[in-house]
Design a protein around this ligand. Structure first.
Ligand code: SAT
Ligand code: MN
Length: 648
């Protein structure tokens, strides 16, 4: 055990002292959040073989980490919502009794930091001092977590100062779960190797986060999914605001009018790409506020005001290219940590679909040599001279599919600095949201863009969101479509039915519900039966954003259909439809139509997802633990009316 440092804030002191006694680290470091400290930790990790220093001429302040092969993504199967009553966690979450869970986990934490340094990270989710911002203290034994938290959140002394003696915060504890014996050499990526030894646990009533055994992303950077979504969604429900898995962007029209848009897509479905997109439509300007999480609070005028609680981008590397997202690549030029990408001989990084020719040879994410493909200069294989076909058949990728960059938001060339700082018209209130988008990867049925007929219909649309499962989660079902309501399935901090109800309540409790954002469902991922994309996506998505702004302004009409308000194909601007990927007008007509047969099937499976939530609720009811929570009647009614209209 080390000596517990002194803190003016008694709750901070107690939290650190508690875990010092349990985890018995060799020493304790309170993170100050300075650039010099950040650099010193990175350099220490280089010395210990946990970071590779990249070519500082090409990538100043950049480092590469390679995770253990078992620790490459979130572990939903080991993620728990430990509310007192099971029904409060709801049918979509893993639940365990909080007292039992704490007992079990305290055993795991016992002595877990032996031979290691315990870092205490004071962090802010949001600009320090903004009324929407929340604070946290993460205790961790992972220096990788410290430097990633430095990028992803605002850390250090400024937070301690802001908390003062009595300021409140969310207490977080994290350990990689790999104590070191005296003299034992550390490994490059310490973690608990067995999946059943990992725990990502939220206690929504105690407002605490306990994480054990994983060092990766959303499992370990506790400000992100655990706090800003799971715990914050519960705070938001109790306090009448919203914590959502949404990007935030600012769009300026050629006339100079500003719009703020949020969009909820599941992990690895292109939120970062949309958040920093270069509009193909001339005269339109897009700026970034956030790429993953939005906190929205109702204002006195009835509008919803949003901040991005984060400070950086934890983006998926593969597929990020000068074509798909140049602003993300620019964001990675300095002060960035790369995880599980390829190291090139000149000390730079590379990944699949980066749009840059592969080096002759490199080191893949597992630390093994890799070589440029014989018949495709943009691929790499595990042996020299392999063909594209052979590499594909071997199921080989040189950069892990969920490899990531952790880049400071300040690097983003199109950052909306005011919006990012939570400032609107000189006031620290967040930005007023004009439109909320839902979406996912849906190869069929779902149209390019669909406007909700009302707030309730918009909530219905969000509740019915779904997507192909991506590599952001460890799963054997990658590629299969699953329902992912509001893109929050892995992130609800409480019962999904209550969450739907909370969304509905936002209208009832609004000071002026006519000022709430309009809601849209978008889908950039329609494919022909042959598997070819019917919409180019990326910069061409500005055409859809323009239509949305035109709708907000009442400048264009729509086609009223049973599923919602669809655009007339002619109202989607095809100005500047040139370049490598263009909109095919024939496909466009197709993807703004109602596919009746597809929708009848869709509606059926939406109903099934509701039934499943209800069935699990009533099962809990039979155990007499409490009353069941059911999918709100208002959503069932929309489901019934859409079905009836479709059948007409
Ligand atoms: O949760 S992570 O931050 O690891 C990535 C994601 O799933 O969006
Ligand atoms: Mn995400």
């Amino acid at each position: 055990m080390a000596t517990t440092p002194k803190f003016a804030n008694a709750k901070v002191a107690a939290w650190v002292d508690k875990w010092n006694k349990i985890c018995t680290p060799d020493k304790i470091v309170v993170v100050k959040g300075t650039a010099a400290e950040h650099k010193a930790i990175c350099e220490m990790m280089v010395k210990n073989g946990q970071f590779i220093k990249l070519n500082q001429k090409l990538r100043p302040g950049c480092y590469l980490a390679r995770s253990h092969e078992s620790d490459v993504a979130r572990v939903e199967g080991r993620t728990f919502i430990c509310s007192k009553r099971e029904i409060d966690a709801g049918p979509t979450n893993h639940w365990m009794d909080p007292v039992e869970m704490k007992k079990k986990m305290e055993k795991a934490y016992k002595g877990c930091m032996k031979g290691r340094t315990m870092y205490v990270i004071p962090f802010a989710m949001g600009p320090i001092g903004n009324p929407i911002t929340q604070y946290g203290i993460e205790i961790t034994d992972s220096p990788y977590v410290v430097v990633n938290m430095n990028i992803m959140t605002r850390t250090g002394d400024a937070v301690i100062k802001h908390l003062g003696k009595t300021g409140d915060f969310i207490p977080c504890i994290h350990s990689v779960g790999a104590p070191l014996k005296k003299g034992q050499k550390d490994v490059a990526w310490p973690c608990a190797k067995r999946i059943e030894d990992k725990y990502i646990t939220q206690f929504p009533e105690d407002r605490e986060i306990w994480s054990f055994g994983s060092g990766y992303g959303g499992n370990a950077l506790l400000g992100k999914k655990c706090f800003a979504l799971r715990i914050a969604s519960k705070l938001a429900k109790d306090e009448g605001w919203m914590a959502e898995h949404m990007l935030i962007l600012t769009l300026t029209s050629p006339e100079g009018k500003k719009y703020h848009v949020t969009a909820a897509f599941p992990s690895a479905c292109g939120k970062t790409n949309l958040a920093m997109m270069l509009p193909k439509l001339p005269g339109w300007k897009l700026e970034t506020i956030g790429d993953d999480i939005a906190w929205l609070k109702p204002g006195e005028d009835g509008r919803l005001y949003a901040i991005n609680p984060e400070n950086g981008f934890f983006g998926v590397a593969p597929g990020t290219s000068m074509d798909s997202n140049p602003n993300a690549l620019h964001s990675c030029t300095k002060g960035t940590i790369f995880t599980n990408v390829v190291l090139t001989p000149d000390g730079d990084i590379w990944w699949e679909d980066m749009g840059i020719k592969a080096p002759k040879e490199g080191v893949d994410w597992k630390g093994n040599p890799c070589y440029v493909c014989a018949d495709d200069p943009y691929r790499m294989g595990p042996k020299p001279g392999m063909t594209k076909k052979e590499i594909k058949e071997a199921g080989y990728v040189a950069a892990h599919k969920n490899s990531r960059f952790t880049a400071p938001a300040q690097n983003c060339p199109v950052l909306d600095k005011d919006g990012f700082n939570g400032v609107y018209e000189g006031k620290p209130v967040g930005v007023p949201i004009d439109a909320i988008l839902f979406g996912g990867r849906r190869p069929s049925t779902i149209p390019l863009v669909n406007e909700a007929k009302s707030w309730t219909h918009g909530v219905f649309m969000g509740s019915a969101a779904g997507s192909e499962i991506t590599a952001a989660v460890i799963s054997d079902k990658i590629g299969q479509v699953r329902r992912d309501p509001m893109a929050m399935l892995p992130f609800f901090g409480y019962n999904v039915a209550d969450y739907f109800q909370h969304w509905l309540e936002m209208e009832r409790t609004s000071a002026d519900a006519t000022k709430l954002p309009k809601i849209y469902f978008v889908n950039w991922f329609r494919k022909t039966p042959k598997g070819e994309f019917m919409w180019p996506g990326f910069g061409d998505n500005s055409r859809v954003l323009k239509w949305i702004c035109d709708r907000i302004e009442g400048k264009v009409g729509c086609v009223k259909t049973p599923i919602g308000n669809l655009p007339k194909a002619a109202d989607i601007s095809l100005e500047n439809n040139t370049g490598k990927d263009v909109v095919n007008p024939k496909f466009l007509k197709e993807i703004v139509k109602v596919d009746k047969a597809g929708w009848l099937e869709e509606i059926k499976t939406i109903g099934e997802s509701y039934d499943e939530y209800d069935a699990k609720a009533s099962k809990d009811n039979q155990t007499k633990s409490t009353t069941a929570r059911r999918v709100p009647k208002a959503l069932r009614e929309i489901l019934a009316s859409v079905t009836a209209e479709l059948k007409k």
